[in-house]
Design a protein around this ligand. Sequence first.
Ligand code: F6P
Length: 323
Amino acid sequence: MKRIAVLTSGGDAPGMNAAIRAVARAGNSRGVEVFGVRWGYEGLIEGNFRPLGPRDVGGIIQSGGTILGSARSLEFKTDEGRKLALDNLASAGIEGLVVIGGNGSQTGAYTLHQLGFPVVGVASTIDNDLVGSDMTIGVDTALNIALEAIDRLKVTASSHRRAFLVEVMGRDCGYLAVMSAIAGGAEMAIIPEVVTTPEDIAHTLTSSYERGKTNGIVVVAEGAAQNAGELLAALRPREKELGFEIRATTLGHIQRGGAPGAFDRILASRLGTMAAELLIDGTSGVLVGQKSSKLTTTPHEEVAGKTKPIDLALLRLAEILTG
Ligand code: F6P
């Protein structure tokens, strides 16, 4: 290959820029021209490409977000959209593509591969729900941002004998909620994978209050059956019985906006480099990820449209450690 491109798609994740840098520099070091696609799959449809030389990706490893921009493209899901994308890639002389993103993005990558265009994926989403990687780019940083908020909420909660429902991201997967509950010393985590009723939460909080605790943190995943606002409405009338006053905080996109930590910078650098090298050497239709500390590839066929199951033993661990 003489010319490849890279795009970021779906929700941005801290470390995406480090992955873009790695793809550009690994490609350049092999004498291959690298182009960045603006605004995810939309940029393919519009032919919005820009050259990425080694100096174009200088000074970005420490920045959150993505210098290329990202989007969730509906047009790319249509036959016409994909045809336009392939025509634009052909006219620009681009022979292969690296797709940095989560589930929807890797499903798009698989479609291009099935249409005969060489594509390699890089596992990146703060949700950590992608089959094919133990950890995806952005998770570690997002988790640390959630933890900083939880630590602060505990301080104010203790001052008032309050319980906080803290909503973290995670549309289909409770990974961020469970891990931030364990690391933040929360009472419990409410996740999409397990049914938990307001009654269950009331029971846990009452018991914590009776054991002498001055604060109660309940981490709620965004995709849980009831979100933090709905749980607040159900629990607030029961404050007398709970002991704690109750409040809710939604962290939302704050978790996505941070500067990447060391773990995400290194993971992104390794995955991006491997993806560029595999693509240039003729591999297509795989996701590059990390399993048991080793870099791995998983066929896109096994990744697209799937959700990685969470280890429910982690939920039990959070409960045991409540004390
Ligand atoms: O997929 C990552 C994620 O942050 C999910 O946790 C969340 O549900 C979704 O993106 C939010 O999407 P948007 O940024 O489009 O509102």
